[in-house]
Unconditional design. Structure first.
Length: 110
C-alpha cells in the first residue's frame, strides 16, 4: 500500500516513508472509527533507520483509494486541501453506507 500511496502523492524518495505510513495507518483508523470494516489490514511498521516494511493485505480499490485520499489530504500543505477533504468525506460516507463494508450486523449492534 505504501508504494501505491507514494505513486498517488508523486513521491519518489524514501525520505517521507515514515510520514506517509503514519498517514495511511491514521486513514485506516479513521475509517474503522466510522464503522467501516476494511477487507484486509493496513500494517506498516517502521524499523531501524526509519525503514518502512509494508505488510498490508488490503487490496480493495475503494478502501485503498479512501485511505490514500486521506493521506494526500494530510501530507504537507496541499493547495487543494478542501477538494481532498470533500473527496475523502464522500468516499468515507460511501463506504459507511455499503453493507459489505460496514460492521453493522443488522440487529442494532455493531
Amino acid at each position: 500500500m505504501l508504494k501505491e500511496a507514494k505513486k498517488a502523492l508523486r513521491v519518489t524518495s524514501d525520505w517521507y516513508d515514515t510520514e506517509i505510513a503514519d498517514l495511511l495507518r491514521a486513514g485506516a483508523k479513521d475509517l474503522e472509527i466510522a464503522g467501516v470494516r476494511l477487507p484486509g489490514s493496513v500494517i506498516l511498521t517502521v524499523g531501524t533507520n526509519d525503514a518502512v516494511t509494508d505488510r498490508s493485505t488490503l487490496k480493495d480499490p475503494l478502501a485503498m483509494r479512501a485511505i490514500i485520499t486521506y493521506a494526500a489530504m494530510r501530507f504537507g500543505n496541499p493547495p487543494n486541501y478542501d477538494k481532498l477533504l470533500d473527496a475523502y468525506e464522500t468516499q468515507k460516507v460511501q463506504l459507511m453506507h455499503a453493507d459489505s463494508y460496514t460492521t453493522y450486523d443488522g440487529d442494532g449492534d455493531c
